[in-house]
Design a protein around this ligand. Structure first.
Ligand code: MCA
Ligand code: AMP
Length: 462
């Protein structure tokens, strides 16, 4: 495992993660202050070793969102880099500093916990309310990893390079645990930069994981960066996920490097569902075919299966398989609503080609925004803005953005005079998290509403 210049061999990781595991005692659940550091990765491997569920927490999290995660998940401790300053919202949670110096004591042995026991709880936004804790059992993580091993011809010879955050499935489960499952190398860049990426791919990286915003930034720079183009050309596999990769960016990367970036499609609740296979046809604009063990169907509005594989008939994607989560923590109502029998309702709308390739065409509702690969619920931002004294009414939408995929727009009816845009932006960043801040604020005298008083979001952009 490598973060910048700091590395741990497998032998060393077993020692330091084992030492961390030993300190967890009879904890049931621990928070991990998920800075992009070796300490965070060791904390998660330590918790997994001990069979204690880990709750990764965004280190830029705002006070309201942190309070929710702490009260909802009730961690017995928080694992952190000794150098990290923790916010007041964690003051009542015992802190365990994670050390990465291999110990001299012999490694303890831990039994393998029940495959159905929770490995991780990852918080994800919904259309309304505060984020929900997705309980991921060990079985789901193992199943998704093994399906990707097959689809990507992923081996111990691979070094995965990325600069993804460690508090979501993409960066943490795929980007750190994935390489460990293979016996290969995880190389985290600390933060995503084109220089860091170029250096890592030129010095042994064989695979890259990124969100479309990262590939867009690569595509924008390729003409000026022959070193970056060379580094990408030498990689075995470039993988994009978390949001749709525009065909235009994929084409620009292919023209400059000869590499066709492959897309895979997943969700916090389902881990990975589909992928273009490393050894399959690399069709642009599709998320490939269902992974081994994953059953996938499209359904119409009455949940009846759409049988056409004609590339035209749109349906909602439903999935089931060993890759699925167990439940939303403390939310049996939301868990029940998310399923149709064994089938999980993804809310993603898609078509299927004659050869089975899935193409995502949109989402069921307007209230989920994907910005920079982060999933953001319009409702949580609206609630935060309504707490601002200068806001009378508000609607939040996403609109297309070349860099972020979608940018968050807040449509505000002021309570009195027009509030300062940066005050509203900072208010959201402080309460929730910086990546949920509106990128644009537009002021209106009134929101368009239907006869029932419901805001007509689609007509806002018109
Ligand atoms: C800006 N900043 C602020 C404010 N404005 N901080 C406080 N208050 C403000 N008002 C700070 C930010 O915190 C950040 O700090 C810096 O300014 C730049 O912010 P931003 O413009 O938002 O960042 P960016 O550089 O444009 O980020 C683009 C990104 C990022 C790197 C692509 O969006 C990203 O990492 N996305 C990955 C999302 C992801 O992993 N999603 C997976 C979930 P600083 O510079 O210090 O950071 S989906 C998933 O897991 C499923 C299973 C799947 O399919 O993968
Ligand atoms: P999250 O809940 O943050 O895990 O985000 C999951 C959502 O990301 C999915 O429901 C999709 O809407 C979206 N997503 C993930 N991968 C892709 C992809 N390759 N193409 C389009 N959308 C994607």
């Amino acid at each position: 495992m490598r973060f910048g210049d700091r590395t741990l061999t497998y032998r060393e990781l077993v020692d330091v993660a084992g030492a961390t595991a030993r300190r967890l005692g009879d904890a049931r659940r621990v928070a991990v202050w998920a800075t992009p550091t070796l300490e965070s990765a060791v904390a998660v491997v330590g918790a997994l070793t001990a069979g204690v569920a880990a709750v990764p927490v965004n280190p830029k999290i705002g006070e309201r969102e942190l309070a929710h995660i702490v009260s909802d998940s009730r961690p017995d401790a928080v694992l952190a880099d000794p150098g990290a300053t923790l916010p007041a919202g964690l003051a009542d949670v015992p802190r365990i500093d994670v050390h990465t110096q291999p110990a001299t004591e012999s490694a303890p042995t831990f039994g393998e916990p029940d495959p159905e026991s929770p490995a991780m709880i990852v918080y994800t936004s919904g259309t309304t309310g505060a984020p929900k804790g997705v309980v991921l059992p060990r079985r789901a993580i193992a199943a998704t990893m093994d399906a990707l091993t097959d689809a990507w011809r992923w081996t111990a010879a691979d070094t995965v390079v990325h600069g993804l955050p460690l508090f979501h499935v993409h960066g943490l489960i795929l980007g750190i645990l994935g390489p460990l499952r293979q016996g290969g190398t995880a190389w985290h860049l600390g933060t995503f930069t084109l220089d860091g990426l170029t250096g890592a791919l030129a010095h042994g990286g064989t695979m890259m994981f990124g969100v479309p915003t990262m590939y867009h930034r690569i595509a924008e720079e390729l003409d000026n960066r022959p070193d970056l183009a060379d580094a990408l050309r030498g990689a075995r596999l470039l993988v994009s996920g978390s949001a749709a990769l525009p065909v235009h960016d994929q084409e620009r990367i292919r023209a400059a490097t000869g590499q066709r970036v492959i897309e895979r499609y997943g969700m916090s609740e389902t881990l990975m569902n589909t992928s273009v296979r490393a050894d399959g046809e690399r069709k642009a604009g599709t998320v490939g075919v269902p992974l081994a063990g994953v059953a996938l169907r499209l359904v119409d509005e009455s949940d009846a299966p759409v049988e056409e594989w004609d590339g035209e008939t749109v349906g909602e994607i439903q999935v089931h398989g060993p890759n699925l989560f167990t439940e939303y923590l403390n939310r049996p109502d939301a868990t029940a609503e998310a399923f149709d029998g064994p089938w999980f309702r993804t809310g993603d709308m898609a078509v299927r080609d004659a050869d089975g390739y899935v193409k995502i065409v949109g989402r069921k509702g307007t209230d989920i925004i994907k910005s920079g690969g982060y999933k953001i619920g319009a409702g949580e931002i609206e609630n935060a803005l309504l707490e601002h004294p200068e806001v009378a009414e508000v609607a939040v939408t996403g609109e297309p953005d070349d860099d972020l995929g979608e940018r968050i727009v807040a449509w505000v009816v002021p309570a009195g005079g027009r509030p300062d845009e940066s005050a509203l932006v900072d208010h959201v960043a402080r309460l929730l998290t910086p990546h949920k801040r509106p990128r644009v604020v537009r002021y209106l005298d009134a929101l368009p509403r239907n006869d029932m008083g419901k805001v007509l979001k689609r007509s806002l952009h018109a």
